[in-house]
Design a protein around this ligand. Structure first.
Ligand SMILES: NC(=O)c1ccc(NCc2cccc(O)c2)nc1
Length: 247
C-alpha cells in the first residue's frame, strides 16, 4: 500500500517510518509513504502557504494554490484516480471497521494535513474526496491525525502483524473492549493471576476471555453494545457476568 502525505512538516513523519509496526511494514515493502510539502509549490517571493481569513476571526488559513499544486504533483506521481483524504475535526469519526475498509479497498491514498485554523473551503470542495477525524478534539495540525491513520492502517495490512491472532483479538476488531491480560510473575504484591488462565483448559480460558471482554464492554463502554449483535452464547456469558458483578 502506498500512502502519499501532503504536509508542511514532512520531518514529523520520521517518528513513525523508523519504528515499530509501521517501520516493519515499510522495511518489508508492504507499505510505502511519500511526502509532498506545499511550501515547495509556492511561487511568490515569501513562499506563502497561509493567509488571513476573510470575515475576520483568529489565526490563519492554508491557501488553496500550494495545497492544490502539491496534491496535483502527488497525483501525477501516484496516479490520478486516487482517493484524497483530509484529516479534520469536521470529518467522519474513524472506527476500526473503517480502517479495514480504507486499507483493503485502496492500494493508494493521499492524506492532506491541515495546519493553522484549517484550509480554504474551496479546496475541500474541489480536491478532497473524504474528510476523516480521529476524535473530537483539536490538534495543532493534521499530521498527528495522519500518523494515527497510517499506524492503524499498517496494522491490518496482510503480512505486517506476525501472529494474525493478535490483530483479531484487538478489542475493536470485534467492536468490543478487550479482556484483561496478565503476564509473569504469577503473584505480584499478593495479587494473583486468575487461576483459569493457569489451568491449561483452553475451552475454559476462551470462555473466560469472551465473558470478561463482554463484561468490561458493558461496564466501560455500554454504548458499543448497541451496535453489536450478540450470539445467544454471548448473551448468556454477559448475563452471567452481570449477576456476578452485581452480587
Ligand atoms: N480530530 C482530528 O482528526 C483533527 C485533525 C486535524 C486537526 N488539526 C488541523 C485542523 C484541520 C482542519 C481544521 C482545524 O480546525 C484543524 N485537529 C484534529
Amino acid at each position: 500500500m502506498l500512502l502519499g502525505v501532503i504536509t508542511l512538516f514532512p520531518d514529523m513523519f520520521q517518528s513513525i517510518v523508523r519504528y515499530g509496526i509501521v517501520g516493519r511494514a515499510i522495511r518489508r515493502g508492504i507499505l510505502s509513504i511519500k511526502l509532498w510539502n506545499p511550501r515547495l509549490f509556492t511561487y511568490d517571493r515569501h513562499h506563502s502557504v497561509d493567509a488571513r481569513p476573510y470575515g475576520g476571526g483568529p489565526g490563519m488559513l492554508m491557501m488553496i494554490e500550494p495545497l492544490r499544486n502539491a496534491i496535483n504533483q502527488a497525483k501525477d506521481e501516484l496516479g490520478n484516480n486516487i482517493k484524497v483524504i483530509y484529516l479534520s475535526p469536521q470529518g467522519r469519526k474513524l472506527k476500526q471497521k473503517y480502517v479495514y475498509k480504507l486499507a483493503y479497498d485502496h492500494q493508494k491514498l493521499i492524506l492532506v494535513c491541515g495546519r493553522y485554523q484549517g484550509i480554504d473551503e474551496r479546496l475541500i470542495q474541489t480536491e478532497i474526496d473524504e474528510e476523516w477525524s480521529i476524535g473530537d478534539y483539536i490538534l495543532s495540525g493534521g499530521e498527528l491525525a495522519a500518523m494515527v491513520l497510517i499506524d492503524t492502517i499498517s496494522r491490518v495490512l496482510p503480512g505486517v502483524l506476525g501472529n494474525q491472532d493478535s490483530k483479531e483479538s484487538d478489542s475493536f476488531s470485534k467492536e468490543r473492549l478487550d479482556c484483561p491480560h496478565y503476564t509473569r510473575p504469577e503473584t505480584f504484591d499478593g495479587m494473583k493471576v486468575p487461576s483459569v488462565l493457569l489451568s491449561g483448559n483452553h475451552d475454559e480460558i476462551h470462555r473466560w476471555k469472551q465473558k470478561q471482554a463482554l463484561g468490561r464492554t458493558w461496564i466501560k463502554r455500554p454504548d458499543l453494545l448497541n451496535y453489536i449483535q450478540l450470539t445467544n452464547e454471548e448473551k448468556n456469558l454477559l448475563s452471567e457476568f452481570k449477576n456476578e458483578y452485581l452480587l
